[in-house]
Write a protein that binds this ligand. Structure first.
Ligand SMILES: Nc1ncnc2c1ncn2[C@@H]1O[C@H](COP(=O)(O)OP(=O)(O)OP(=O)(O)O)[C@@H](O)[C@H]1O
Ligand SMILES: [Mg+2]
Length: 266
């Protein structure tokens, strides 16, 4: 049995986080707290450390210092419980690999299959726990890709591949979705489909944490915006965080003083 998640505990909490690649710092003294069930847009300049922040949360970039807690508990155990689904910015996937769209989405379930009883894991795939197949079909339907489920993944357009990678994250049915620029390079119809799917996820009570360069989209959909440029420049309502003065602060990478913050909020 999964331990229940207390209502008020933050979905993601980070305290005093430092991270670097080969001694080159990318994140410095990052502290934040994101509430459950809300949509947070992460905005910042190229190279500002947004993807690195998500890498720390999913465990692929070990922090030098600091603490990451998910639903109030240490991140490692929560990742192992499948509490976080992740759609990376650049899939380092070999698209020419001969695997179908449906099987690509099924890879989102592999972590959970490892937790199935041994006898179920030994069954041929078509007799395996039907919950896995159902989650995959629902996720494909959600991004309108059921018709293309049997195609090789390499035979899709860029926007269709993005929808499949979103379906793979959705198939995990995790309470937190981390999405790194899910709309980059996507045409307006695919963008509308992806945003509608994400709105459904929020309505279902999931926590969405989405890196984006689309400021009008963040204004329209996000409950709050987190500004990142090596450190946290600000966190609050979209209209406050996406004001000209905050965006100027974001560009130079210096958080406003308390006085300036009062001015922005006024
Ligand atoms: N694997 C890596 N090895 C070395 N340096 C890296 C690596 N990944 C990122 N960096 C560096 O870390 C810094 C932050 O990169 P990151 O990808 O986190 O930025 P970002 O905010 O996601 O940018 P973008 O908007 O371009 O996606 C950059 O200077 C980048 O060159
Ligand atoms: Mg990035």
């Amino acid at each position: 049995m999964e331990p229940p998640i207390a209502d008020r505990v933050p979905a993601l909490e980070i305290n005093g986080l430092y991270a670097a690649y080969h001694q080159e710092p990318v994140l410095e003294d990052v502290s934040l707290s994101l509430p459950q069930g809300q949509w947070t847009a992460i905005v910042g300049p190229n190279g500002g450390g947004k993807s690195s922040l998500l890498s720390v949360v999913v465990g692929s970039l070990p922090p030098l210092r600091g603490e990451v807690r998910i639903f109030g508990r240490p991140a490692l155990a929560q990742r192992q419980r499948g509490r976080i689904a992740y759609m990376a910015q650049q899939e380092r996937m070999e698209w020419d690999f001969p695997i179908s769209v449906r099987d690509t989405v099924m890879t989102g379930r592999f972590g959970m299959m490892r937790r199935d009883p041994l006898w179920q894991r030994l069954l041929p795939r078509r007799w395996a726990n039907p919950a896995h197949r159902q989650a995959v079909e629902e996720a494909l339907d959600d991004v309108d890709m059921l018709d293309m489920a049997r195609r090789p993944i390499g035979a899709l357009s860029g926007g269709q591949k993005k929808r499949v990678m979103l379906a793979r994250a959705l198939a995990q049915q995790a309470p937190i979705l981390l999405l790194d620029e899910p709309l980059a390079g996507v045409d307006p119809p695919s963008e509308a489909l992806i945003m509608a799917s994400l709105e459904r996820q929020r309505r279902a009570g999931r926590t969405l944490i989405m890196v984006t360069h689309d400021l009008p989209g963040a204004r329209a959909h996000a409950d709050q915006v987190l500004l990142i440029n090596r450190t946290v420049i600000g966190m609050g309502a979209p209209e406050t965080m996406l004001s000209d003065s905050m965006l100027a602060r974001l560009a130079i990478g210096v958080p406003p003083t308390a006085d300036e913050e009062r001015h922005v909020a006024a």
